[in-house]
Ligand binder design. Structure first.
Ligand SMILES: Cc1cc2nc3c(=O)[nH]c(=O)nc-3n(C[C@H](O)[C@H](O)[C@H](O)COP(=O)(O)O)c2cc1C
Length: 149
């Protein structure tokens, strides 16, 4: 067990898949990601819609940066656009070393265009429904019954 005594930060981005992802390729990616994330106390969720990824990552700043470096260096995607990178007061996905679910294109678009700037004000308690984090939490809660962690 680790504590969150260190300052917590969160990163969200969208990117484009560099290849067709088979179920096996996705599983391999997640296994690798989760192993590294557990070691660095990073949690979060990954959404995929065939062509694009959306990822939300949270954890102590130092570990989070190591994970983000690996992600940015990965040749399995390109065109990464960062939509959030800041200090946060608490975790939203503490049980997920990297949750995964497929998402419809509509949801991917909504998340990439949502307001993420109010995250700090919103995050205490339940994030408001029209914030990026609120949308992500709502989508994740209804989707996460279907896929493994
Ligand atoms: C969409 C996506 C999400 C990823 N998420 C994580 C992650 O959460 N943690 C991590 O350590 N690495 C993550 N990675 C990095 C992969 O584990 C990476 O593939 C691995 O470092 C091997 O590098 P390669 O993809 O260039 O072969 C991610 C990569 C991609 C493409």
């Amino acid at each position: 067990m680790h504590t969150d005594a260190q300052e917590l930060a969160a990163i969200a981005y969208v990117s484009t898949a560099a290849q067709v992802f088979t179920e096996e390729a996705l599983e391999a990616l997640l296994l690798d990601a989760r192993t590294f994330n557990v070691e660095h106390a990073v949690t979060g969720v990954l959404l995929f819609d065939e062509g694009n990824f959306f990822q939300y990552l949270e954890g102590p700043r130092a570990g989070l940066m190591l994970v983000y470096e690996r992600i940015r260096a990965s040749r399995q995607h390109f065109g990464l656009i960062e939509i959030l990178n800041r200090k946060v007061p608490e975790r939203q996905f503490r049980d997920w070393s990297m949750g995964f679910t497929r998402a419809p294109k509509r949801v991917m678009l909504q998340l990439s265009q949502a307001s993420w700037s109010r995250i700090v004000a919103d995050i205490k308690g339940r994030p408001s429904d029209n914030s990026g984090l609120g949308m992500l939490a709502a989508f994740w809660n209804q989707a996460s019954g279907r896929e493994g962690r």
